[in-house]
Design a binder for this molecule. Sequence first.
Ligand SMILES: Nc1ncnc2c1ncn2[C@@H]1O[C@H](COP(=O)(O)OP(=O)(O)O)[C@@H](O)[C@H]1O
Ligand SMILES: [Mg+2]
Length: 364
Amino acid sequence: MADIRLEGVGHSYDGGQTWALKPTTWTWRGSRAYALLGPSGCGKTTLLNIISGLLTPTVGRIFFDDRDVTDVPTAGRNIAQVFQFPVLYEEMSVYDNLAFPLRNRKFPKAEIDRRVRQVSELLGLDPVLRRRSRRLDPGRQQIVSLGRGLVRSQVAAVLLDEPLTVVDPALKWTLRSKLKEIHRDTGHTLVYVTHDQTEALTFADEVVVLNDGAIVQTGEPAELFLSPAHEFVGHFIGSPGMNMLPAEVVGDVVRVGPAEVGQVTGDLPAGAVRIGVRPEFVRITGEPTSPGVAAQVTGVDRMGAYDLVHARVGEHPIIAKTEAGSPHRPDTAAFLHFPAERTFLFRDQVRCGSLAPLNGRSPR
Ligand SMILES: Nc1ncnc2c1ncn2[C@@H]1O[C@H](COP(=O)(O)OP(=O)(O)O)[C@@H](O)[C@H]1O
Ligand SMILES: [Mg+2]
């Protein structure tokens, strides 16, 4: 399976006034399963269509291994693409729809039959194989669409553009684990587009986070959770997302209001920053701690498995995820501690530093 390399690839739909995809350099490694994750309108489909050749980028070159395919039409790229909504021949049977991509490429009849039956069994389509696709519900139609994308075993890559949007939620889990299974068997290079973090995190070897036409971070799910490189990743991944609080670098110390919360690692010019810490790592107590930040509890959501304690530092909201049955009550004082190894500093949304414990002062 090919490495797919983008070199300075960008796209503008309006003659260069705005970038739907900002010029990007990035390689999709052969045989890996990627999730391309980002909110609606951030450029996911644009990027996918550039890879498959449906769209010619405004700038940049695309390579499949060492072959420059920038000017090669879709048919010459050997890519399987599944779209968000079913794309089927409605008057054809499910079998013929699945067979179509193979017949088109003149596969031997026996081979076609073998592949169609394999995919049909895997996706649970056996009971409807002879039915006209028009007669299926939209969810089932989409599964047939998915099958059409998976039926060819020799492809440079499989691109899936939010393929489970119209599928019943209960079926999504099953289909996603089947996709993983298929990926393990075939070793396709796979790019799975989604705006749903759970889908991305459970599916992929590596997640590529796209925001506003730019890749803001790539990494394994745990890396994105534990070590966000951009505020957007902090917000978008995690539930609830990362807390952000205004803070200030004074010398080598970081302050939130009057409270010192840690020491800056490395050289960071003095001035305003934002500190980011996930609700999972905020420690909250009723007693003053040092170092600690005074806060006011505003409410507690009892979620069953855990509590979400909502508080305010000055006028800034912050959430701590605690064990169920936390003793905190609204309108009471609390003290927050931010563990240095889980707290990051951001400037202009980009991570600019980390925190170290205050010299000689460990939390009590
Ligand atoms: N054919 C098009 N013509 C003009 N603008 C488009 C077209 N397709 C997408 N866009 C714009 O480009 C941006 C990225 O869109 P898209 O790639 O579809 O995002 P996503 O798939 O992440 O939702 C959006 O602002 C969208 O409005
Ligand atoms: Mg899209």
